[in-house]
Ligand binder design. Structure first.
Ligand code: SAH
Length: 338
């Protein structure tokens, strides 16, 4: 709002015009300057000359017959495509957004990283995933998870701007407590985010209970020691008072044994946290498989016996390629063969 007020002043306009403009962008969710009917035609003309109005173009929408989950594919101004998901829960609607087009983190089980990183998303491109979904579905979005394609802490400045506008009282005003940012563990950025003292939830993708195993699944582990990642999580809790969520994708025969569960419980002992177990989503290019349901349940039980809070993530949108990067990937493959 401050920056907008300065820009508007530079155009020789009164400060209340900035408020009107902000409201059009972030509350009424306009797709362009032409919709802003309480601004004069001449001001709209000057705005159009001076600024690009970023908005996403919906190209596909798939609705799950199983659970009502909706998957969206959007085209960016430069032709790149990204995906977002709308999930319906008892407590409200949650949107999962992408933070980058592609990803350079290389996690072995993830479809989003196969083509590498194309580029960072702008704050406006992160926001508009939520704005478009709210408009198209006609339903209010109450929760946002930055868990789609990309590593949000690899796009840190844009992420922060996005978080501030998303939770600003003059915009959608989503409560910080209803926002989760998921990271593979970029240590210095976790610490920086902690110092921002936002009330958002940090989700840390752990997936292994020791450094060696983590390296096999997540190349980022070559850059950061597990010990340092966990220290950064402790720091995040100290600074914000927010309990950490650890994500642990269970891969059959790789990280799902009793020994793994025991080691994991030891690793997290004394940390104010919650473990989210995700039976791995099989990706065509990878030969990882889900453990049997009984193994997943036993893993959870082992953690709970050792005093670690653990839940199993309910799978949503299975029939519409709901998991990380699958829809975007099949779209890109299709457009390459056409
Ligand atoms: N880069 C961020 C956020 C995007 S991934 C991160 O690493 O956290 C969101 C979550 O989905 C991460 O925990 C990621 O490890 C997990 N994930 C990715 N592909 C998966 C798959 N095929 N099965 C299960 N979980 C997966």
């Amino acid at each position: 709002m401050e920056e907008l007020t300065d820009e508007i002043a530079a155009l020789g306009e009164k400060p209340f015009r900035a408020k009107q403009l902000y409201q059009w962008m972030h509350q009424k969710l306009a797709d362009g300057f032409d919709e802003m009917t309480n601004l004069s035609a001449s001001l709209r003309g000057r705005l159009k000359e001076s600024y690009d109005y970023i908005h996403l173009e919906p190209v596909d929408r798939k609705i799950s017959a199983l659970d009502g989950t909706e998957k969206y594919l959007f085209r960016l101004g430069d032709g790149n495509v990204i995906e977002s998901v709308l999930m319906r829960y008892h407590h409200g609607n949650s949107v999962c957004i992408s933070s980058q087009a592609g990803c350079r983190m290389g996690c072995r089980f993830c479809a989003s990283t196969i083509g590498g990183l194309t580029r960072n998303l702008l704050p406006s491109e992160m926001l508009d995933q939520i704005y478009q979904i709210q408009k198209i579905s006609g339903e209010r979005v109450s929760n946002v998870v930055v868990m789609g394609t990309g590593e949000p802490l690899d796009n840190y400045e844009n992420l922060l701007r996005f978080l501030r506008i998303l939770t600003n009282e003059h915009g959608l005003h989503i409560s910080q407590r209803n926002v989760t940012v998921s990271t593979c563990g970029i240590v210095e950025k976790i610490r920086a985010l902690a110092d921002e003292r936002l009330q958002i939830t940090l989700a840390l993708s752990l997936h292994a209970s020791n450094q060696e195993k983590r390296k096999q699944l997540m190349p980022v582990a070559y850059q950061y020691e597990l010990r340092d990642v966990l220290d950064a999580c402790r720091y995040y809790f100290e600074r914000t008072g927010r309990r950490i969520t650890f994500e642990y994708s269970l891969v059959g025969g790789v990280n799902d044994t009793d020994t793994d569960a025991k080691e994991l419980a030891g690793l997290l002992a004394g940390l104010n946290c919650h473990v989210n177990l995700i039976p791995v989503n099989p990706v065509r290019e990878r030969d990882f498989v889900q453990p049997d349901r009984s193994v997943v349940l036993a893993f959870q039980k082992k953690l709970e016996q050792r005093g670690i809070n653990a839940t199993i993530r309910r799978e949503m949108g299975r029939d519409i390629a709901g998991a990380c990067g699958q829809l975007r990937k099949s779209y890109l493959e299709k457009s390459q063969t056409e």
